[in-house]
Design a protein around this ligand. Structure first.
Ligand SMILES: Nc1ncnc2c1ncn2[C@@H]1O[C@H](COP(=O)(O)OP(=O)(O)OP(=O)(O)O)[C@@H](O)[C@H]1O
Length: 410
């Protein structure tokens, strides 16, 4: 039997796998019933890493999952569950991208929505690509390390993953620098082909490398998740919830393939020069060139970026859900986000308005003022040409973090 972990590789282009953490947070702070890890829990993930045997082992995993994950009884505010029935009804795989202004509750909603899906029979993966991860806080489990961690509680398997976008960016840098940066220059210099290095200067690769567009790291992270989800091992996941980085970045990542096209054009031009130079050297010295081809790697990266863009545009499988709060500023920003997403043809159907004051018979002075402000902001939504057509899901402002987690769970 294979060892109980396999890793998600952030660098390989082959599908990545789970790693069951050796330790797990024991504090489930309120909202998740704590069930300490048992031997059963560990053996659960002893599935084989070979692709040929994966199907069988994963089936085994699912069976055990049902035993391991305890049915959690949670009561959701009825308003919070409205509008989500159609999100859980289809059996086909669906991707939900939750995005919005910083701090409005994207992570809380993503975590909570993922629990809702899992409790409704969908094996679910919730992924954070936000550089300021707080998914670990939401689940009170350590999710760092770029591996899939099982979340305890829901009826169906729920896994969470925090991806370090910095790591993804670093990977891009090192690959592209090997291709167009100092690595190549040193190599060419060593071969006495300085004049080609001079020509490389014209390509201005350095400038591109120094100013990668915002969203690149997030796009790389998303593309990696999509890539491994395509493999047979991960067919089981029917709902994938992404907790994305604050608003602007997400839209910018959609234009990444264009950036990469420009970048790739240069890289490929460079690669041709190198290929002809090295083949000339090989013909003289009869040497085998065993160096890996970074340009090929970049090409694959660009292809993956294109897939991410396609996924964002696929109305059948993907939905971008805007999360906001009832303040004039947040609503204005959400309207701009919706406009940019519309321009990019990204499907948006729902708007979650989080932290709405619950009804009260006796407001204090502060609460009364706050409520008035919120009413004004909610009115704005009704009159906003970008937002008024979306189906609105209102979430109450809750007192306790444990309740926040229950927003969608029922
Ligand atoms: N409905 C709610 N009622 C009360 N508190 C809430 C609610 N939703 C979220 N919060 C709290 O607001 C804070 C920010 O929430 P969260 O981290 O989910 O936002 P975010 O949009 O993901 O933030 P960031 O952009 O920094 O990633 C957290 O402390 C969370 O517990």
């Amino acid at each position: 039997m294979a060892k109980p972990f396999v890793t998600i590789s952030m660098s390989s282009s082959s599908p990545s796998l789970f790693r069951y953490p050796s330790t797990n947070s024991k504090s489930m702070v309120g909202f998740l019933s704590h069930s300490p890890k048992t031997n059963l829990g560990i053996s659960l993930w002893e599935f084989k890493t070979s692709f040929s045997s994966s199907f069988q082992s994963l089936s085994l995993t699912r069976k055990h999952c049902r035993k391991l994950f305890q049915v959690r009884s949670v009561t959701a505010p009825s308003e919070a569950t409205t509008g989500f029935d159609d999100m859980v009804s289809e059996t086909k795989r669906k991707y939900y991208m939750l995005g919005g202004k910083g701090g409005v509750g994207k992570t809380s909603c993503a975590a909570s929505l993922a629990v809702k899906f899992a409790n409704n029979g969908h094996p679910t993966l919730v992924v954070s690509t936000d550089p300021a991860h707080s998914l670990s806080d939401s689940f009170a489990q350590d999710l760092t390390g770029g591996t899939l961690v099982p979340v305890e509680g829901p009826d169906s398997p729920l896994f969470a993953l925090e991806i370090n976008p910095e790591k993804a960016r670093e990977e891009f840098r090192s690959t592209s620098q090997k291709t167009g940066g100092n690595g190549i220059k040193d190599f060419m210099d060593g071969m006495g082909l300085g004049m080609i290095v001079d020509q490389l200067g014209e390509l201005k690769l350095g400038e591109l490398l120094d100013t990668p567009p915002p969203g690149l790291d997030e796009a790389i992270a998303i593309s990696k998740v999509i890539q491994f989800l395509e493999s047979q091992e991960y067919n089981m996941f029917t709902r994938i919830v992404f907790d994305t980085a604050p608003a602007g970045h997400t839209v910018q990542l959609l234009s990444l393939p264009d950036f990469l096209d420009a970048f790739m054009g240069k890289i490929l031009k460079l690669n041709q020069k190198i290929a002809s130079a090295t083949s000339a050297i090989k013909s003289v010295f009869g040497q085998e060139d065993t160096r890996p081809d970074p340009a090929e790697k970049l090409e694959r990266l660009r292809d993956r970026m294109i897939k991410v863009r396609e996924l964002f545009h696929d109305k059948d499988s993907t939905e971008f859900v805007i999360v906001t709060i009832p303040t004039v500023m947040a609503i204005s920003e959400s309207s701009r986000l919706r406009a940019s997403l519309k321009k990019e043809n990204v499907p948006v159907k729902r708007l979650i308005v989080n932290q709405v004051l619950p009804p009260s018979a006796s407001d204090c002075k502060f609460c009364a003022m706050k409520r008035k402000d919120q009413m004004r902001a909610l009115d704005m939504i009704q009159n906003d040409p970008e937002l008024s057509g979306l189906s609105l899901i209102r979430h109450p402002l809750l007192m306790w973090r444990s309740e926040v987690f229950q927003l969608f769970s029922s």
